[in-house]
Ligand binder design. Structure first.
Ligand code: AQP
Length: 327
């Protein structure tokens, strides 16, 4: 029997090449080796306010992007988190075994709560819900970008604590990071992770950015005052452009060295832009075709929920039995 994989993306903002290289690309590559479940985690999205009509549209757009990126419903299940209520049910049970101190230590919570006037409880609980997303399917592997590694450690701590309190119940989930692209940085500020919620039109390359828009952003990316690429002395901005190319092309360090060493920054950027655009264009073409077939999309999501519901139900039933709950 194949081991199970779970990972998800929030249907917020515009998905960018960081989301693609850190998560989606890896999902596509491994989907055939595992029983793969990929979630559109809308319950996570509402930890900060979302305009309801916009959120509903984003859920379908995110599903279409999964398919356009190469997730194949024959190999993988695509599921919207809120259509399987056991995610939220298990999250409550896990909340009850999670010390608040563990959650307050999460770097993402600290960063996001600083930006809010009032901090919703959901923002603190976010990693518990993420733990439930994984454990409800007894997933053994979770392919994510580097920013989620701390949440994954927490998920293992919560699973371990539950298992030691109530007996072996959960499979211990392992983290799978991509070889390149695990942490794509902002083009305008390469010391910060590329992020959907960051302000600034030159920060992220959206998966739906038109070729000329993506090119312009790359040509304006922050580099340094050196004239050309020197692998002995790479500043964060130049390193980021090289890492993006390596991740798209599957190049190792030697090949990247051969491609870019000594290139003037203008030529480096042109080459990076060609690489990025050549990968975005076919994805965007498939995306447009999928969005023109809304019945197909909703069918994939309906089938997805039906396929994975029995797994989630049986995990929650087991947890209830372990905890002595009456159901
Ligand atoms: N910059 C990144 N580099 C590599 N991987 C990344 N991921 C996100 N940013 C990068 C990975 O994308 C997956 C889905 O992310 P998410 O939508 O669940 O939320 P996120 O990590 O919070 O993404 P953003 O873009 O930073 O959104 P906001 O700004 O809303 O917080 C995850 O596997 C993540 O690791």
């Amino acid at each position: 029997m194949k081991a199970r994989v779970f990972s998800g993306v929030q249907p917020t903002g515009n998905l960018h090449i960081g989301n693609y290289l850190g998560a989606l690309k890896n999902w596509v590559e491994i989907q055939g080796n595992y029983e793969s479940i990929f979630g559109i985690v809308d319950l996570h999205a509402v930890t900060v306010y979302q305009e309801p009509a916009e959120l509903r549209a984003k859920i379908l757009e995110t599903a279409a992007l999964f398919l356009a990126a190469g997730i194949d419903p024959k190999h993988s299940t695509i599921v919207v988190q809120s259509s399987v209520p056991e995610h939220a049910e298990l999250a409550w049970m896990l909340t009850c075994v999670t010390p608040v101190g563990w959650l307050e230590r999460m770097t993402q919570y600290k960063a996001k709560s600083q930006a809010q006037e009032t901090v919703g409880d959901g923002l603190l609980q976010y990693p518990v819900l993420m733990t439930a997303d994984i454990l409800v399917y007894q997933a053994a592997v979770v392919p994510v970008g580097e920013d989620q590694a701390q949440h994954l450690e927490l998920a293992r701590d919560i699973a371990q604590r539950f298992n030691s309190l109530y007996g072996e119940t959960f499979v211990m989930p392992g983290t799978s990071l991509p070889l390149a692209g695990a942490r794509v940085m902002g083009l305008d500020d390469p010391t910060k992770k590329m992020s959907k919620s960051a302000a600034g039109s030159g920060h992220a390359i959206g998966l739906s950015d038109a070729p000329e828009v993506a090119r312009k952003k790359i040509m304006r990316a922050t580099t340094d005052s050196q004239p050309a690429v020197d692998f002995e002395n790479l500043s964060p901005g130049v390193l980021n452009l090289i890492e993006i190319s390596k991740a798209f092309m599957g190049w190792g360090s030697q090949q990247a060295n051969a491609e870019f060493s000594g290139l003037r920054y203008g030529d480096l950027k042109k080459k990076v832009a060609d690489i990025v655009v050549s990968h975005l264009e076919p994805m965007q073409k498939r995306y447009a075709e999928i969005m023109n077939e809304p019945g197909y999309l909703t069918g994939v999501l309906k089938e997805g929920a039906e396929r994975v519901s029995p797994i989630a139900k049986s995990t929650v039933q087991l947890v209830k039995e372990r905890m002595g709950l009456y159901a």
